[in-house]
Design a protein around this ligand. Sequence first.
Ligand code: FAD
Ligand code: SIN
Length: 528
Amino acid sequence: MSRRFDFLVIGSGSAGLNFALQVADHGTVGIITKKDRAESNTNYAQGGIASVMDAADSYEKHIEDTLVAGAGLCKREAVELIVTEGPTVVRELMDMGAAFTAHAGRLDLGREGGHSHNRIVHAADMTGREIERALLSRVGSHPNITVLEHVFAMELITEHHLGKHVTRYDDDTHCFGAYVLNTISNRVERILAKTTLLATGGAGRVYAHTTNPEIATGDGIAMAFRAKARVANMEFIQFHPTSLYHPGADGFLISEAVRGHGAILRNADGVAFMEQYDTRKELAPRDIVARAIDDQLKKRGEECVYLDLTHLDPADVRAHFPNIAAQCAEYGVDITTERIPVVPAAHYICGGVVTDLDGRTSIHGLFAAGEVACTGVHGANRLASNSLLEALVFAKRAAAKAIAYASRAHWHEHVPEWDYSGTINTEEWVLISHNKRELQQLMWNYVGIVRSDLRLERAFRRTRLLYEETENFYQRTRVSVPLCQLRNLITIAYLVIRSAMGRKESRGLHYTTDYPQPDEREKRDSVI
Ligand code: FAD
Ligand code: SIN
């Protein structure tokens, strides 16, 4: 079976939906998404969108804060774009009906680590849900947009599928759409498209502990890598300092906005330890706070540290953080009277599919925006609440170029149907869940907040074994979403480890005990 669209959008988070709305007046748009339409990292975003909305703030300060966090690897032009186009995209969201927290008609601007001014536009502590709701309601009413839920993108279609040998050095590879697995009919379909946007989000699920929902398996980066697109800076994984420490909480995030509101980090003895690590204390950039917590846990042999809000006004805390208060209460913690047990967890991937300032990848007709992309905005470390902003701004910029590209492009008529050879091999299904768990644990143990050559080499060897076993299984077996996701996670692990092994310095989110300082000679992107 095959379908065709002028614009194929893979992913229904902030990047995919904003792109779809921008191109929808210029042709047919198909958005495919592997679960329900709202299920995305976007939907769980808490803190908000960083944007200069206050007369006392300035673009220069936001640019400077972003560049400082990025530790020398941000592309200044990309940073300038998100900062200067930020207020427009925030107003566009408000025009679509996004209700951000405001008092007497003025936006309530929050504060997060690394920001020199209050500039976080938010909807209480459920900003992502409000943005997703507003975007989806617009998408749902546009006659040119079709949303296909429970459809999993497996492979990007390029000249490779027409029998040509494609390499990473070619500059004339084109994307003609994607092979997708319809998980309701269990059939693989061809979707032919004049342009394709990757908006598949992040890859937090490559780690045993993450704030990301289950969809974050790095599919877009892995697909693009297999299609021979350029991928960069995969070693820069951001660990959020504070996820709820509770066996049932599955990495539930305690927003940085809580620290921005005055919460204090304490160890089990009640000592406020951040002042030992950075003069900005709780509001130091995330990598510093996460490493400080890691250091406390290792030195003291404890399982978690604590976030203390008990000195703050309880009514005010509940009003600002209703969702966090409710979720913590479910796990038996009253955040106004008790300290919240927290640990760091994998949160965001700064690297991804390389794009230019207009979302174009190294493959013609293939665009990327949002967490899947590496635009140059974040460099070696993302400033808090810059990712929703980047996703929205770059999706819009990519849309402008995709419209022009689609007007000249055509559907490729000779793309073959998917080859279904392979058997259903039920006995070995358990291999998928075992290998996934093993991969997530080894990434957590050896490729985490603090790295070393020895740990990375160990991770590399074990990942290679998992790769060989899983590829062998894949060659013999009918495709399924769990199997495809495992392959993608293994690819992500390989890219992260390989990039980390290649960086012989510590910079931003990449910290290794073998090279604990930044080295000017290593100040470059890790492009694969
Ligand atoms: P997503 O929103 O993750 O959307 C990806 C979409 O792609 C989903 O619909 C998914 O189902 C789909 N998809 C993935 N693979 C496939 C496939 N193979 N086939 C079909 N569909 C697929 N950032 C901020 O700026 N501010 C915040 O306050 C903030 N808080 C956060 C809190 C949490 C708990 C988390 C996890 C992240 C937070 N972030 C925050 C980061 C931010 O939410 C994400 O970086 C951003 O939402 C990414 O948007 P996106 O559109 O690129 O991807
Ligand atoms: C948070 O609310 O702490 C997350 C913000 C972000 O990831 O940018």
